[in-house]
Ligand binder design. Structure first.
Ligand code: PMP
Length: 422
């Protein structure tokens, strides 16, 4: 394990063990240079949303200042440029996930992608008494759409438990699979605890039984190289804004043969081949699932974010973030009264904790006064908080631009919270 550098040590924000030049990376993110409450911003709320590199902002400006037109419709030059950029973004996403472009549906985000699968795929395959399996550590976005679907179809939601470290108990999950299980929906990485789930193994279990798997990848894509073919999942969802891209754009990957069989989610322009009052012929996937004018600029910005990540290399990013995770884990665990929540053996760079006798919101408020942005609350995972017997935690979530010095600032600020409230 790497240790936290001594306070005051200047390493230009660059870990000596890593080739990853974090100082250079930080220069790509205009928002990171600002002062907050008179102190340099330490942005550790990356699981909620990430800051944007200049390359993404410039891609958005480029679209709106040069190529702004609607897609798939016009014969004029600007419309052709917009269409080419939008479809090129789809090809970039496909490459990123090791999928084909016809398997990539643009959505508003992870939430809309999951709702799409629930209402299109789920609704067409589920019958009364069928079962949908989720886990105890899901985000509300991967619980509520399935509850709504269960209500509509008479299917049941079955919950696989976690252990006290915040890991899915595989044997317990397997025990809950039976001939009525139609779908497993689970997070690749937990937003509240950082646990990386054994998705490949769960997909293997599901495949043997003919069960479909949807993976909520919102917290995985910024940290891990994701290959949907290697994972063996049927659906994979993620959001652009958590991967340094714009808000309002997201992705649903669906296996071609499944998308082909699925009915539309919404009706409108672009998702049709022909319309008459006698009947409407739907378009092929992925267009069948993209009714109306899509978030064209968002897709282009997302592709710019993916290209930016590709240039840095997800392997290097992952190593850098693991160093931050280890340093933060050590630094926080050393503080009297701090208890880490979520100690899975395989984690992404998220550290949730509670401080004895101090409400997580109070911790976050003290941190904010020190310029440190973290999240306090239930992290849209109330059933998980209930399982852990906690109303809330404070969560520091790291990104590629965070530094070991920022880990020190975090730890100092938590000590300060302890002094104020202790
Ligand atoms: N799933 C997980 C694991 C998340 O962390 C989030 C965002 N916090 C979501 C789903 C929902 O993502 P979005 O709000 O971008 O749709």
């Amino acid at each position: 394990m790497s240790a936290v550098t001594a306070p005051g040590t200047v390493t230009a924000g660059c870990s000596p063990a890593s080739r990853f030049d974090v100082a250079r990376v930080r220069a790509d993110f205009p928002a990171l240079g600002q002062l907050v409450r008179g102190r340099p911003l330490v942005y550790l709320d990356n699981a909620a949303t990430t800051q944007k590199p200049r390359a993404v902002v410039e891609a958005l400006v480029g679209f709106y200042t040069r190529d702004c037109a609607n897609v798939h419709r016009g014969v004029h030059e600007l419309s052709q440029r917009a269409t080419e950029a939008y479809e090129s973004a789809r090809r970039t996403v496909a490459r990123f996930l090791n999928a084909t472009p016809d398997e990539i549906v643009f959505t508003r985000g992870t939430t809309e992608a999951i709702n799409l699968v629930a209402q299109s795929f789920g609704r067409s395959i589920l019958a009364e008494q069928d079962e949908i399996l989720v886990t105890e550590l899901e985000h509300h976005s991967n619980i509520v759409p399935w509850q709504m679907l269960a209500e509509q179809t008479g299917a049941r939601l079955v919950v696989a438990p976690i252990n006290d470290r915040g890991e899915i108990v595989l044997e317990e999950l397997e025990r809950r699979l039976n001939e009525r299980t139609r779908l497993i929906a689970l997070a690749h990485v937990s937003n509240a605890l950082g646990t990386v789930n054994p998705v490949e193994e769960i997909c293997r279990m599901a495949r043997q039984r003919g069960i479909a798997v949807l993976v909520d990848g919102a917290q995985a894509v910024p940290h891990l190289r994701v290959d949907v073919r290697a994972l063996g999942c049927d659906f994979y969802a993620f959001s652009g804004h958590k991967i340094y891209g714009p808000t309002g754009i997201g992705v649903l990957y669906g296996k071609a043969e499944l998308l082909e069989r699925m009915p539309p989610y919404q009706g409108g322009g672009d998702m049709i081949r022909s319309v008459s009052f006698a009947g409407t012929l739907y378009n092929d996937p992925p267009f069948r699932f993209e009714a109306g004018t899509p978030h064209i600029a968002g897709a282009i910005g997302l592709a710019a974010a993916i290209e930016y990540l590709d240039r840095l290399g997800l392997g290097e990013i992952g190593r850098h973030e693991q160093e931050l995770l280890e340093a933060a884990t050590i630094a926080l665990a050393e503080i009297p009264g701090v208890r880490l929540v979520g100690t899975a053996r395989h984690k992404a760079a998220v550290v949730s904790f509670v401080l004895d006798g101090v409400h997580p919101h109070d911790v976050a408020t003290v941190l904010d006064h020190e310029g440190v942005a973290v999240r306090a609350g239930h992290h849209c995972a109330q059933p998980l908080m209930e399982r852990l017997g906690l109303p809330a935690t404070t969560r520091a979530s790291f990104a590629l631009y965070n530094t070991l010095e920022e880990v020190e600032v975090l730890a100092r600020a938590v000590r300060r919270a302890r002094e104020i409230f202790g």
